[in-house]
Write a protein that binds this ligand. Structure first.
Ligand code: AVJ
Length: 321
């Protein structure tokens, strides 16, 4: 039996990099959606970020998963596991192993190559695993996952990916997701916590420059795919924590006044002008409790790592709208 299958989900027009780039660089302030950070090189650079000492979320999340995987496996025995934004699935292995490996695992990711690599690796480690990989966005992935998995399911959204939504966007997204869950289903949500600016700014602007390379690759991707002439050395990566909002904003800042050609257009940059490329929203326990409740869930568990920097949350649908 073939234990690995990949389906490429239809992409909406929202997934056209050229159109997104033209509209994002035409607006003020300039912006580019963060999902375009993950082409093949971008996914690899992100894996390198996850291995950095300064980027604590990956380590903290693994620590919490190791501590509670057994408990989760007992609670959700017989459930299929859907993972949104699965990337290299590295931490999920801990969970799938605890399930005893005989699970139907449905990873959803925007990058088909990362899905194939992760899928092959997982099958090597877990001989009883069945993988249906879905290449596409969260919404389409959730819709298909509900068809692919017959029984109850545990949906996992790890890595703090929920942070890429605005707070209102996260509520809407979770409410929509809840609408696709049955009473036995649950959501395992990794969320990064509010903390001192210094820790966050180091995590999002490491001195080795890996995060900068990850951000600047967005310009490299525009050059490769859209015939651009961005000079990556004429921009710098900026991470800024807005404490009140609890949001780390990531930007590419033009070091000089310049004109760039890309996607058949020209764009002018003033010296110091920024392209907003990503937001990473941080949560407090009170904010997570409110988020769950407003989206139609109950926050059943809230687990922290030893340094109390990061949280893993188990949300159960309350069954009301
Ligand atoms: C993949 C969205 C969880 O916000 O921590 C890390 C992305 N960007 N360093 C995060 C990211 C730069 C990451 N998420």
């Amino acid at each position: 039996m073939n234990r690995y299958q990949r389906c490429d989900l239809p992409r909406g027009e929202a997934d056209d990099f050229g159109a997104a780039l033209i509209s994002g660089l035409t607006g003020t302030p300039k912006n580019l959606p963060c999902r375009y950070l993950y082409d093949e090189l971008g996914s690899r650079l992100f894996e390198a970020i996850c291995a950095l000492d300064d980027y604590y979320p990956t380590r903290c999340e693994r620590e919490i998963l190791i501590a509670h995987a057994g408990e989760l496996a007992r609670s959700f025995a017989g459930h299929g596991v859907v993972e949104l934004g699965s990337g290299n699935s590295e931490k999920t292995v801990v969970l799938l192993e605890a399930f005893g490996g005989a699970v139907h695992y449905v990873p959803v990711d925007i990058d088909p190559e990362v899905l194939d690599r992760a899928g092959q690796r997982l099958l090597g480690v877990l001989p009883d695993l069945r993988v249906t990989a879905l290449a596409g966005e969260y919404g389409a992935g959730m819709a298909r996952a509900a068809e692919v998995i017959a029984g109850p399911k545990l949906v996992v959204l790890l890595g703090g990916n929920v942070g890429n939504f605005t707070r209102a966007g996260a509520t809407d997204f979770l409410a929509g997701l809840g609408g696709r869950l049955g009473p036995e289903d649950a959501l395992l949500l990794g969320a990064d916590l509010r903390k001192e600016a210094a820790v966050l700014e180091l995590a999002y602007d490491d001195p080795t420059g890996v995060t900068a390379a990850f951000s600047l690759n967005l310009l490299g991707r525009a050059n490769r795919e859209l015939g651009g002439n961005f000079d990556q050395r004429a921009f710098r990566h900026v991470a800024h924590y807005e404490e009140r909002e609890g949001v780390v904003g990531l930007f590419l800042e033009s070091l000089e006044q310049q004109r760039v050609s890309v996607a058949g257009r020209r764009f002018d940059f003033a010296a110091g002008e920024r392209i907003h490329i990503e937001d990473s929203t941080k949560y407090s326990l009170a904010e997570l409790t409110a988020l769950a409740e407003q989206a139609g869930f109950e926050l059943a568990e809230h687990w922290l790592d030893g340094s109390r920097r990061y949280s893993l949350n188990l949300l159960r649908p309350t069954g009301r709208d």
